[in-house]
Design a protein around this ligand. Structure first.
Ligand code: 4AD
Length: 458
């Protein structure tokens, strides 16, 4: 067999400008000769012309290789994910044609270093990202599935949402702090604590930074953090992770109503900022075409009203009995209610017995707490918050009620000894927020490398 003819190189004297594949970049107008670097996202051959969609993490470019360029050994054996350096002239698309960014690159030269070639055949990425059809296989290949359109779109939105939280908090002058992850106190019950040996002492991975945020109020005013929280969840659900990103804030000298108003404002502001970013907005549109800004005020519903609603709608509790005051509203029931109502809900005033020890009681009904869960269609609870017990004696009583030794909590209790205040806060699960916003079935697809019972890899 004769070797393919060598390619004619038509490099300019000076190398052309390297561009990233963002449409808005300067020097990327039609008619410009540019150099681009990236990986082969897709390729197809049509009547001797090779069309390559190159991907660089910023965008995509359709590259058109014709004539001898499409006949080289590299072109004939090209595999997806191969890295390439491509030179060519940017053209506007002919009318009626479609390509990313509405343009294409007419290639006059390209280079593939030998070790840039992606494996093909049985090991080709297209075989790997099928995961054998099961989700476990897909998660084992997470490092490769992340290169796909949907997985990467969710990660782009995640980046935008995290920045939006920073901006939204800064706009209302809430300061960011960074509490520790290694702790010796629990916040949300002993059942989900990850325990480990800390130089011979026992310690835990933090379940929430709340208690530490509360200690910041007297010196820093209102504070927030975006940190990892850890829960040894022993069930496999589509909204529980062992490691998740927790957006938490704590506000000083507020009422319960102030807390709800703030929460609504921050959620809506974060959505506004995110949607004002054209790239994030485009990804959200693609992932969740029917997404609309939630109406304010959010529906406010007391726990006792929710129990009535569940009874009226024949949705049973976990023992398959009609719901009764005092029941924990299980995930399935909560989601059904939220889906039927179809808009964000602030579910408030949960009974003392089913909520955390630190929650302030409602002065008008001591059976319930000034607590709130924010529920979103498709996901259910994405936020948990409350006013905090601010009376020393009451807190000591609460430790006793739930069987917590107050000794290691001395630093938390001291907040009630050195200038107490009415205060409250909340924690929002970033992956759950994203599952709602990006219409993902599970929070596992809303983080880079999910951790849950049975998975700590890759
Ligand atoms: O309701 P939670 O347990 O509340 C707290 O941790 C409070 N101390 C927070 C605070 O007031 N500062 O958790 C808050 C939110 C939940 O609404 C949920 O979105 C998320 O954290 N979350 C989880 N997300 C993923 N996987 C898990 N296992 C989660 N557990 C809680």
């Amino acid at each position: 067999a004769s070797l393919p003819k060598p390619v004619k190189i038509k490099l300019d004297e000076a190398d052309p400008k390297i561009i990233k594949l963002r449409k808005t970049d300067e020097g990327a107008e039609p008619g410009t000769r540019v150099k681009i670097l990236g990986r082969v996202h897709r390729e197809r051959k049509q009547k001797g012309v090779l069309f390559i969609t190159l991907r660089d993490g910023y965008g995509y470019m359709q590259c058109v290789l014709s004539g001898d360029l499409a006949k080289t050994y590299d072109a004939l054996t090209l595999t997806r994910e191969t890295s390439m350096e491509i030179y060519g002239e940017l053209w506007e698309l002919p009318p009626g044609a479609h390509a990313p960014g509405g343009r294409e690159l007419h290639v006059d030269f390209y280079k593939i270093e030998p070790h840039w070639k992606a494996v093909g055949g049985e090991d080709a990425i297209t075989n790997k990202v099928q995961g054998g059809g099961d989700p476990k296989g897909l998660l084992d290949m997470r490092h490769l599935t992340l290169r796909g359109d949907t997985a990467s779109a969710v990660m782009f939105v995640r980046d935008a949402v995290e920045s939006a939280f920073h901006q939204a908090y800064k706009e209302i002058r809430i300061r960011k702090v960074s509490p520790p992850a290694l702790v010796q106190t629990q916040v949300e019950g002993g059942a989900t604590l990850f325990k480990f040996d800390y130089y011979g002492e026992s310690a835990f991975l933090t379940q929430s930074s709340q208690l530490y945020l509360e200690t910041c109020l007297p010196s820093m005013g209102d504070v927030f953090c975006i940190e990892k929280s850890f829960r040894a969840e022993k069930s496999l659900t589509r909204r529980h992770l062992s490691e998740y990103t927790h957006v938490e804030a704590e506000l000083d000298f507020i009422s319960f109503d102030d807390l709800l108003t703030h929460l609504e404002a921050i959620i809506c502001r974060v959505l506004e900022i995110t949607l004002a970013d054209p790239s994030a907005a485009a990804h959200i549109k693609a992932l969740h075409p029917e997404f609309t800004m939630p109406e304010r005020p959010f529906l406010r519903m007391k726990y006792s009203e929710a129990i009535d609603w569940l009874v009226e709608h024949g949705i049973p509790n976990e023992e398959d009995q009609p719901h009764a005051f005092g029941d924990d509203i299980a995930e399935a029931a909560e989601r059904r209610m939220t889906d039927v109502i179809g808009r964000p809900i602030f579910l408030t005033h949960f009974p003392v017995a089913i909520k955390a020890f630190y929650m302030q009681k409602d002065p008008t009904d001591l059976r319930v707490t000034e607590s709130v869960d924010c529920l979103m269609p498709g996901v259910g609870e994405i936020v948990g918050g409350s006013m905090r017990m601010d009376d020393y004696d009451e807190l000591m009583e609460a430790y006793k009620r739930v069987g917590i030794d107050p000794a290691p909590y001395y630093w938390y209790t001291d907040q009630r000894r050195y200038g107490s205040s009415p205060h409250g806060g909340y924690g929002l699960g970033l992956e759950r927020f994203l599952a709602w916003l990006c219409k993902q079935h599970t929070v596992r697809d809303c983080c880079l490398y999910p951790r849950y019972m049975g998975r700590c890899t890759p």
